[in-house]
Design a protein around this ligand. Sequence first.
Ligand SMILES: Cc1ncc(COP(=O)(O)O)c(C=O)c1O
Length: 537
Amino acid sequence: MTVIPACDCGSYPVLLALTVYVSGCSEMNEKSPDASDTVCAACDGDAAVTAAPAIGACDTASSTRPRSVPVVPALAAQGTKKTQRRASPAIRFPIVKKSAFKPAEYNLLATAMNVREKALSTAATSLAQRRDENVARGVASTHPVWVTRASGATLWDADGRRYLDFAGGIGVLNAGHANPRVVAAIAAQAAALTHACFQVTPYEPYVRVAEELNRRAPGPSPKKTLLLSTGAEATENAVKIAREFTRRPAVVAFTHSFHGRTLLALSMTGKFAPYKQHFGPFCSEIYHAPFPHEHHGTSASQALHALDEMFASTVAPDRIAAMIVEPVLGEGGFVPAPIEFLRRLRQIADAHGIVLIADEIQTGFGRTGKLFACEHYGIEPDLTTMAKSLAGGLPLAAVVGKAPIMDAPGPGGLGGTFAGNPVACAAALAILDIMDDEFLTRARAVGARIEAQLRALQARFSAVEDVRGLGAMMAMELESGAPEVVEAARRRGLILLLAGERDVIRILVPLVVSDEELDEGFALLSASMEECCNQTR
Ligand SMILES: Cc1ncc(COP(=O)(O)O)c(C=O)c1O
């Protein structure tokens, strides 16, 4: 055993073990006279690390880096034996059983792995320190996982640890991380034109995205499209368009909704903490009506009754420019609107000349098993807002709506320097091409599998109060303890997100996830629930 000084590649002193370790670090090899005895803990994590390919363990194998066969026991810091054995594209090397080693050898290896774990967490700590010193604290991260690369439904962090991604960057990666068709489209467009500003000198990809979205948006009416960069911009612009069209001031939004963080979008958002506190005063003429949420005691008929009351007591329908509604509450806890509720909103809007805006920013692009959630409801919104999975990770958003409404603002009234960026448009065109019938059929199958898994957890754990959602937009509400479960799952190598009042765990896994990855993720979730929710049924 040797103590080796820092390696050029990553600089952590490392405890070194046995000749059975594989040398993975060329820099280390140059430095060390006996390189085969060494493990570099900091470089890309190879040697000992490749031995621990399980979820949550390191798997940074670089294809360009020569390696000898790794013969190291499965010392995954996290993950069950079962998950280690489960084949996945990330697992490239055989796991050698503990029994393959003499106890003394094994202990040395284990020690080396522990030292390495500590060295790597030092790396994360230093990033966290730099972040604390330089980044505004208002922007929080759910997980202290420093991501460096991703593919499909898998992420790798700065230490080379592998995670299953059931969050998709908050529903942005429906077509998967680094989808090759999207990557190719981005690269080709970036080489040709990265920016011009559509208001200065237009370019074709913008028009093609508009054509494609007009063709696919819910409902038969002729449509027009405005492209933007973020979801908040889309909801704000939808309101501007509705106000110009109706020449009315008021907007009705719903409780527990989320429409973005800019001030008009935030004013419409129906969830206070952590989004709204101390950020007011908010925009005037925004009125919130209850969103129906059976599990929390509000039925569709109660919600509709409250809306009628609001019209009678607070704001007359002929003062209302728009009603904005998420067909399935996203941040609010994955609550699908009852069918009679959305259909009644459509009728009310028609009766009073109100523009009905469907916010499909989280529900869109296959998440619910159809391209847009409104298709499940058989209603045509007047305007639909889109973003998130529209451009596979590049910032692109849209308002798509009935042509006469979209044309209400005069020339110059709409736009933005980066709005409809050509590279983002190229990515969106690839995404729309990917999201064909086959993709949507698979999205429904993914949704069915997620639901079955969540129901199995509900059958096992009394903490699970409710399982709900639409298509692959599924969540479970716990009595309490969801943040602890999410943290425990992350320690096992699964990235999850909360929603609602913090006790909803939502699944926003990329829809390209395999059945094996889904099952693997739910095994980790189940183990995390065992750890955090002690009562089983
Ligand atoms: C339904 C909905 N609307 C609007 C937004 C705001 O989008 P962005 O964060 O891109 O501004 C979100 C973001 O989560 C959302 O889920």
